[in-house]
Design a protein around this ligand. Structure first.
Ligand code: TYM
Length: 334
C-alpha cells in the first residue's frame, strides 16, 4: 500500500481541508503497517497558478508544513515534502503531456470553475494542472489517494492517463490509484452558502473556519453561520432540501464520529439557537490543540526546512526508478 496526497500551500488550512482530507491522511499514517508507505506533499508547483509574491510563497510552504505536522503528520513516519524540491514531478508531467488529451482536460470542472468566464485569459498552467497532479501520483505508483470529493475527477483523469501511457508504450509501468473519499465529510460547505464548498478562495472569511482562528472567532463564525428557521428533524432524511442545516449537522457528526441520524436524534425538535453553541464547542475543542501546535511550529523555519529537505531526499529516491522507466519506455535517452 502506497498512500499519497497533496495540498496547495495557498492561504490557510481550513475545516474543509481538515475534515475532507488531512484527518484521513493522519488516520492512514497511524494505521500503516510495515509494508506500507505514506507520501504527503505541499503542491507548491501547482500553486503557481495563483499569483503570489516570492516571500509570501516561501512563507506559505513553511506554514502549510507546520499545519500538517500540527494536525498529526509525523515526518519520521510519513514522507513530507514540497513538490519544488523534487523535480521528478515536473519532469514526469512533461512526459505525460504527450499522453493526456486536450478533450480530457476540457472536461475538468475545476478548470472551468477557476478559469471562470475568461478562459482565454487563464494560464496554460491552470489548464494542465491535472496532468501535474497525475504525475504526482504516478511517479510513486501510489495505490491509495485520500482526498475530498472535489478531487475525484482529477483522480479519474489520472487513471485514464496511466492506462493510455501503459497501452501506448506497451508497458506495465503505472499503477492505477484508488481515491479514498470520506463518506461523511467529502464536501464541507461554506458557512454562508450551503450550496458552495468551503474554500480558501472565497472572499468572505466568515464562510470558512481557518486553523488560525482563535476560540472566539470559531464560536462567532458558527453562531453567524447561515441556517434556517426550522427545527432539527428526528432523522437525517428531514434535512433534505436544507443545505445549510445538512452541512452543520454533517460537521458535528463528523467531528464526533457519529452518524447524521444520531446527531438529528439528539437535537430533534430544537432550533439552531441550541445546536450552534454545541457545534461551536466541539469545533473549538478539536481545533485548539492543532492551532496551538501550529503557532509554535511556524516560528521554527530552520526545523521546517530540515523536515522538507529530508522528506524531499526520500521522495526523490522513491521517484527515480519510475521516472527512469518512463523515459526508457518512450525511448528518451537521459
Ligand atoms: P486543495 O489544496 O484544494 O485541497 C486539499 C485537500 O482538501 C480537500 N478539500 C475539501 N474536502 C472537503 N470539503 C471541502 N470544502 C474541501 N476543500 C478542500 C481537497 O479535496 C483535497 O483533498 N489539486 C489538489 C492538490 C494536489 C493533489 C495532488 C491531491 C496536487 N497533486 C495529488 C492528491 C494527489 C488541490 O488543489 O487540493
Amino acid at each position: 500500500m502506497r498512500v499519497l496526497s497533496g495540498i496547495q500551500p495557498t492561504g490557510n488550512l481550513h475545516l474543509g481541508n481538515y475534515l475532507g482530507a488531512i484527518r484521513n491522511w493522519v488516520r492512514m499514517q497511524d494505521e500503516m503497517d510495515a509494508d506500507s508507505q505514506c507520501f504527503f506533499f505541499l503542491a507548491d508547483m501547482h500553486s503557481i497558478t495563483v499569483h503570489e509574491g516570492r516571500e509570501q510563497r516561501i512563507r506559505n510552504v513553511r506554514d502549510m508544513a507546520a499545519a500538517l505536522v500540527a494536525a498529526g503528520i509525523d515526518p519520521d513516519r510519513s514522507v513530507l515534502f514540497n513538490q519544488a524540491r523534487v523535480p521528478a514531478h515536473a519532469e514526469l508531467c512533461w512526459l505525460l503531456n504527450g499522453t493526456a488529451r486536450i478533450g480530457w482536460l476540457n472536461r475538468m470542472t475545476q478548470f472551468k470553475d477557476k478559469a471562470g468566464k475568461d478562459r482565454e485569459g487563464a494560464s496554460v498552467g491552470l489548464f494542465v494542472y491535472p496532468v501535474l497532479q497525475a504525475a504526482d501520483i504516478l511517479i510513486y505508483n501510489a495505490t491509495h489517494v485520500p482526498v475530498g470529493e472535489d478531487q475525484k475527477q482529477h483522480l479519474e483523469l489520472c487513471r485514464d492517463i496511466a492506462t493510455k501511457f501503459n497501452t501506448d508504450f506497451g508497458v506495465d509501468l503505472f499503477t492505477l490509484p484508488a481515491p479514498i473519499i470520506p463518506k461523511e465529510s467529502a464536501r464541507i460547505m461554506s458557512l454562508r452558502d450551503g450550496t458552495a464548498k468551503m474554500s480558501k478562495s472565497d472572499p468572505s472569511d466568515m464562510s470558512r473556519i481557518n486553523l488560525t482562528d482563535d476560540d472566539d472567532a470559531i464560536m462567532a463564525k458558527v453562531k453567524k453561520a447561515k441556517s434556517d428557521q426550522e427545527l432539527l428533524p428526528e432523522t437525517a432524511e428531514g434535512l433534505t432540501g436544507r443545505p445549510e442545516a445538512s452541512n452543520l449537522v454533517g460537521i458535528l457528526a463528523t467531528l464526533t464520529g457519529r452518524t447524521t441520524d444520531a446527531v438529528c436524534a439528539e437535537f430533534a425538535g430544537k432550533g439552531f439557537g441550541a445546536f450552534k453553541p454545541a457545534l461551536g464547542e466541539v469545533l473549538v475543542e478539536t481545533l485548539r490543540p492543532i492551532r496551538q501546535r501550529f503557532l509554535e511550529l511556524r516560528t521554527e523555519d530552520a526545523a521546517l526546512d530540515a523536515i522538507l529537505d529530508k522528506g524531499a531526499a526520500k521522495a526523490a529516491a522513491a521517484a527515480e526508478p519510475t521516472l527512469r522507466a518512463a523515459y526508457d519506455a518512450m525511448g528518451l535517452m537521459r
